[in-house]
Design a protein around this ligand. Sequence first.
Ligand SMILES: *Cc1c(COP(=O)(O)O)cnc(C)c1O
Length: 368
Amino acid sequence: MIPLTVVDVRDAEPLVIEVLRSGGLAQGPMVGRFEDAFARVAGTAHAVAVNSGTTALVAALQALGLRPGDEVITSPFTFVATLNAILEAGATVRFADVSREDFALDPDAVARVIGPRTKVLLPVHLYGQVADMGKLAPLAAEHGLHLVEDAAQSVGSAFEGQAAGSYGLGCFSLYATKNVTTGEGGVVTCDDDELADRLRVLRNQGMRARYRYELAGHNYRMSELHAAVGIPQLARLDELVAARRHNAKQLSTGLAGTPGLAVPAVLPGRSHVWHQYTVLIGPHAMLSRDELAAELTGRGIGTGVYYPSLVFDHDCFRGHPQIPAVSPEQFPVAHRLTQEALSLPVHPALTESDVDTVVREVREALGA
Ligand SMILES: *Cc1c(COP(=O)(O)O)cnc(C)c1O
């Protein structure tokens, strides 16, 4: 079996043992070390570690002081955490369709839904490629919107040299299967000193000095053990990304021309960190996306479907007071992606022969 993801954090052992021996388990110097290393990767003045990617998004939105009725524009083609965070922060969500090229917010679609209550633009940098920030950042500036980036899948990627998470408030996930992991964890990055300060206070029950509360906060803190797991991966991030890029290139070379299959594009000016290598299985392919996924499982190849439905298209969200009525047909590009997107193994633990096997089995299954 060639799995879709392999988690290898064996190099964290010495630092984890250091924490265990110290007896200091709650947020402390190891978290500080992790934050310093992460800020260097994101190219930002600040990195505030929290306990998940979801809480990173919630904290970022809370730091902006949104009021009920304020709107956040985001993608309907994302993980549910993006939506849950907006709802938890008390804002109203507005969706805009995505682009088929990068699977992320389409700037023209965004422009059409910006209204008088819009306060935040929240692009999702899906699969490891940054959204079209060349257009989205000026659009946000023109309308006075805050930028919150869901960069959960895109640590280390960039748009024209500017790192994911450095455009406004960058929200990263360190979940077990993400490109950099602490098991569970998250980070908010930014350049703004005041926002960073508010995030640190929010994360710690709204408390700066002991038992003096400045605002209604939460416990979003990361533990020392989690930070220790993440530090060595940040040190070898370039190497890990290079391995993913190498595998992606091999896959695209090998899969090019497979009938009914489109390989993912790296768009001009963007760097891709290949959290997922996602192909599109079009209507003229020999098998549907779901049939191909089942066939590949039978052939020992792990696959993933991110995502099988639009994020709002579930009973628990219908009629939700913070989600204006929407239907999948209003987002034709994203809707089609839910039927066609299939992720193949691209992780750094793949050998050359694993990649060759993935290519061969996919081509065979599609009659190439
Ligand atoms: C993983 C992920 C999140 C949530 O991160 P957690 O650490 O699991 O809370 C948010 N958005 C996207 C796009 C993700 O992939």
